[in-house]
Design a protein around this ligand. Structure first.
Ligand code: FES
Length: 107
């Protein structure tokens, strides 16, 4: 299992574990993380699964695709330099120890 943490807008932290190959969105759903709405279920058409990563993790994992970047341009919540769509991040060993920050609102 791969351990990482969600950091909510109020600063609270929830440690979670996911399986290799899970998406961050799926792990959020499985752990009842509030603030990751993921309304389209992972088909990259809603942008409501937006999160932003700690810089080291963002640099360590693969870069977002052009399609993901295009969708990130449309998210209503505050965009950061390390923003990602949680449905597009498949976790593996490189994701261990990540801080996944959840925006205050996805809408
Ligand atoms: S769940 Fe809709 S874009 Fe990720």
């Amino acid at each position: 299992m791969i351990k990482f943490a969600f950091v909510l807008a109020d600063g609270s932290r929830q440690e979670v574990e996911g399986r290799d190959g899970d998406t961050v969105m799926q792990v959020a759903y499985d752990n009842g993380i509030e603030g990751v709405a993921a309304e389209c279920g992972g088909s990259m058409s809603c942008g409501t699964c937006h999160v932003f990563l700690d810089q080291a993790t963002f640099d360590r994992i693969g870069a977002p695709t052009e399609n993901e970047i295009d969708m990130l341009d449309l998210v209503p919540s505050d965009r950061h330099a390390t923003s990602r769509l949680s449905c597009q991040i498949r976790i593996d060993a490189a994701f261990a120890g990540a801080d996944v920050n959840v925006p205050e609102s996805q809408f």
